[in-house]
Ligand binder design. Sequence first.
Ligand SMILES: [Zn+2]
Length: 213
Amino acid sequence: MPQSATIEDIKAYQEKVEKNKITPHDLPRCSRCQLESHFFKVHAYRDRRFLIIVQMLLKAVFCTLVRFRCPTCGKTFTFYPDFAMPHKHYTVPTILDFARCYVEDDQKTYEGAVNTENGVPEFFDNGKALAPSTIHRWITTLANLLATYQAVRSSSRHHKSSYVYTQSSIASKKYKSQQRKESLLRCRCFFRTRAFFKDQFHRVCDNIGLHLI
Ligand SMILES: [Zn+2]
């Protein structure tokens, strides 16, 4: 069965929001003025639609994301719960599960990647199947995430990235351009070095501003 955040995960998070238990303390410092995040103030609450997989059905669930504001410079930051990734409706476990399935198997096609041992997940409301092109986009996102993280890290700390993805290889039938080959290699590298991110993964996403990618 494909992985997904559960309705319980989302309800538990929503309960924290409603009890004002989401604090800015775990956010990185302000990327514009470097103010420590515990000084941030709540700026807005935004309802966000998530897609979870329940018994191979894609179901929409809404929950609230909290935005904080830096009181010094006015920049705003979204707090993302563990299951959420900026600009993605699908939850993190689903994105990682399908992307890994494709990128770690040289024989796997995008059509094959969406077709799990239990079939292709379908939308609960209209029966539409999860599109192979969605996996293609997720791989691009993860590859760009790693690339941006490396760039920020090497420019801010003045040292070269330790992730040498070019030493790995990808079956030539999986790409038609050098750019895509590099994305696949980066995505594979993402999974092999993800231990580095650990629970910092979401903080990293927010800190580097995934929307810039
Ligand atoms: Zn600031």
